[in-house]
Design a binder for this molecule. Structure first.
Ligand code: UDP
Length: 407
């Protein structure tokens, strides 16, 4: 459904949509913000995305696409370069955005915040501008805390998320699991929640032949290849994949490529390397570091099976990219993979992600690759275009505008 041109202030404060993907705080949210904005721009809407620039000179503007601008907020800041540090600067962010708006003589029809830190700035702007406020959390502190894995979630985050859920005008959830989480943990009103899934660039992520892909990556001597892509964090469960390897006898054991992370000095990479060494499989694992999004299709193509062992995902773009590239996915029941029906899901969903279960899933998927031709696998992903995601987000904006007008 078309919508009259809308001017959107999109807040992506802690993570830049043009940051290096796969590093600590830059992943799916950056792709989501960039692609959604680009699609909205192509539909005639104006989108200004605001992000923290980690420098204290004046704000600068980068044109990302027709009608889409990225505003790098240069604010003077002291204190730690951390999420907590950013929270303390919410007033400064809101003031810098207001200065930019005035300088540009712009009025925004709606604020769309991404992640709780942006949500906190968004609520200040909502108050100042009297405009509707929609939020995509990307992950929820309470759901993350429930897994008991990784750093302890600050109680501040949980408290702010709860306040935001209740005070905002619309919530965008990427899949059913996250809608349930919003209601269960924070008492969200179901009527406020719109389903806005992630997407995949079907032109970029498409099936390619395995042989040439392996040659390009210098992997011709490897037998079976297993691929994991994601930020290196305990929540992603890469340790469980590594621990699955010794459970597969050597003649069937795949080589694991781990893409993502901050490079050689990354403490999580060192932790994973130690786990591989302790399990006696270090020569079966290659850490590739982060790889540019545009270079990833060749990695997916080189793999026999894609594996995702996350403890929690609100959506999980990598699984969708693997499907678009025609590769089967072995996954824990998280995000999109948990909601795809069996017939839509070429691959295996393992119940608990234990190394033993993952090993069995990997072996089954590897043995069944002949049942899953790449074009059939790709078919699943074609239902998730960024243009559809943008249309769904615009519908959610309309609902948020109506809710705000009625309040
Ligand atoms: N990604 C990338 N290079 C890397 C690692 C990840 O381009 O080295 C991209 C990946 O292709 C996907 C996104 O970052 O598009 C990660 O999104 P996902 O939803 O899987 O995880 P999140 O980062 O949101 O937890």
């Amino acid at each position: 459904m078309s919508m009259k041109p809308t001017t959107i202030a999109m807040l992506s404060i802690h993570s830049s949509p043009i940051g290096e993907l796969g590093t600590r705080d830059t992943g799916g949210m950056s792709v989501y913000v960039r692609e959604l904005a680009r699609e909205m721009g192509s539909m005639g809407h104006q989108v200004d995305i605001f992000t923290h620039a980690w420098r204290d000179d004046a704000s600068t503007v980068v044109v990302l696409a027709p009608r889409v601008r990225l505003v790098l907020l240069g604010i003077s800041h002291s204190g730690p370069h951390s999420k907590a540090g950013l929270y303390a600067h919410a007033d400064n962010h809101a003031a810098a955005i207001e200065r930019f708006r005035r300088h540009q003589a712009r009025t925004y029809d709606l604020i769309h915040s991404h992640y709780w830190l942006s949500g906190h700035v968004g609520r200040l702007l909502k108050k100042r501008w009297q405009r509707p406020h929609a939020i995509t959390f990307h992950t929820l502190g309470a759901a993350k805390a429930e897994t008991g894995v990784g750093a302890v979630e600050p109680t501040l985050r949980l408290a702010v998320e709860k306040e935001l859920v209740l005070a905002c005008d619309g919530l965008l959830a990427p899949c059913e699991g996250e809608k349930t989480n919003l209601m269960h943990y924070y008492g969200a009103d179901a009527a406020k929640i719109a389903m806005v899934p992630g997407g995949v660039d079907l032109k970029r992520f498409r099936p390619m032949q395995k042989g040439p892909a392996r040659r390009r990556l210098g992997l011709v001597s490897h037998g079976r290849l297993l691929l994991s892509i994601g930020r290196l964090t305990p929540q992603k469960g890469q340790d469980r994949i590594i621990e699955a390897l010794p459970r597969i006898e050597t003649e069937n054991r795949p080589h694991l490529m781990v893409v993502g992370g901050n490079g050689d000095g990354d403490p999580e990479r060192r932790r994973l390397q130690n786990i591989a060494a302790a399990a006696g499989v270090q020569e079966w694992v290659t850490f590739c570091g982060s790889v540019a999004h545009r270079d990833l299709p060749v990695y997916y193509a080189a793999a026999d099976v894609f594996v995702q062992a996350s403890h929690y995902e609100s959506f999980g773009l990598v699984g969708l990219e693997a499907l678009a590239c025609g590769r089967p996915v072995v996954s824990t029941p998280v995000g999109l993979m948990a909601v795809l029906s069996r017939s839509q899901r070429p691959g295996i969903v393992v119940a608990d992600g234990s190394p033993a279960e993952l090993a069995a899933g990997i072996l089954t998927a590897a043995a069944r690759t002949a049942d899953w031709p790449a074009p059939v696998i790709r078919q699943t992903a074609t239902a998730f275009r960024w243009s559809d995601a943008a249309s769904a987000a615009l519908t959610a904006y309309r609902a948020a505008m109506q809710a705000e007008a009625a309040s």
